[in-house]
Design a protein around this ligand. Sequence first.
Ligand code: GAP
Length: 457
Amino acid sequence: MPKNNDDLMQKIVSLAKRRGFVFPGSEIYGGFANSYSYGPYGTELKNNIKNLWWKTFVSDRQDIVGLDGPIMLNPKVWEASGHTSGFNDAMVDCKECKKRFRADHLVEQSTGRDLEGDLKAMSDILKDEKVKCPNCGKSNWTEVRNFNMMFKTEMNGIDEPVYLRPETAGAIFVDFKNVIDSMRVKIPFGIAQIGKAFRNEIIAGNFIFRLREFEQMEIEYFIDPKTKWEPLFEEWLVAQEKFALALGAHKKDLKKYEHPKEKLSHYSKKTVDIEYNFPFGFSELYGLAHRGDFDLTQHSKFSGEDLTYLDQASNRKYIPHVLEPTFGVDRSVLVALSSAYTEEAVGDETRIVLKFPKNLAPIKAAIFPLLKNKENLVSKAKEVFDLLKGEFMCEFDDNGNIGKRYRRQDEIGTPYCVTIDFDTLADGTVTVRDRDTMEQERVSLDNLKDYLIKNLK
Ligand code: GAP
């Protein structure tokens, strides 16, 4: 499958809409600011990804517990974390066409230089080097200024602005004390959360890659400051990469980018991004940061609460350090879609198939009566649907010829199609067709559930 091309991205976007994965947001009103809705199959896919993440990092581990914190937190949380003053992007407007851009991106694209945070230097480069506006081609820029990316709202009874959380991590630190007081957790342990985050990105885009409203799956993994953290850091990187592979990503499409030491925040010992080769090139998929004791120390200072941890074995009190593996849900969905997208020649036709890992497929088995107008076939097919529906997500389809029904299921990535025909009525067997090989096998109805369970693993 060709990579790094607009064509592939267009094909994914169009398939996603046509087949009910992702719709443009508020479309009947002309759309809305690069927002999207997940359609019925997209919702299933996204839930399967979130469930796999939860199973991998919470249910299957003894050392991580879950949390579901609020989207709106006490505004002091964001003062303590530094978001109120420092969660900024460099913004610049074209005075000619009035389009707004990320100044750091313009400078990097035209000069290859990364001037993160240095607004004056960015303004100078845009002017001195006559960097052209990507929209109108002129070079007439405003000064570069900071733009805080947190969304503000109001709340009854609260005088100051309230923010929609820009990351899920904040709520985890806020509840650190509640978790250690109520649970039998011992360091090292983690707190995990999945939920929405909001960032007023200057430019959203690349489909569901950069959104203003998105979902994160984050873990704060608390460790003893005396622990040798490097091996744990490596373990987390491996776990993150393994999760990306479980979405269907190919190893060659993953790479790591370590943030240069001089760009790290003063409290961070190491930050690494896991990048994926999206259809528009390598970009950040997940991140892992060593955040030291910065967050708990800050929240302790701003809240006045003691957030130290008592190590009962050694009777030592300390503020734990934290490793933060963070995963974007929407970027994970985009990885699943783009690595699954396959075109295959079948005779004179091109077959489009989403070859998702079977456990992530929105529909696991589609049940077809061979003919729509034969009551005995339809009622038998409904019986088969009822037999399977409690086990996994199934779909009943009696519309159109079998070939078309297969193509539709291929396009939504359904691993198995089960056809009920006249032989079924005579000998109790059905045809099971495999998405990837297109091979068909006769399976007895008595064995069908076990056959599918075994093959869907
Ligand atoms: N708590 C750390 C944190 O939020 P981040 O790198 O800013 O770190 C974590 O975000 C992950 O969230 C990213 O690796 C990415 O997967 C996802 N993400 C960030 N901004 C996003 C956006 N505007 N749209 C979609 N996903 C985004």
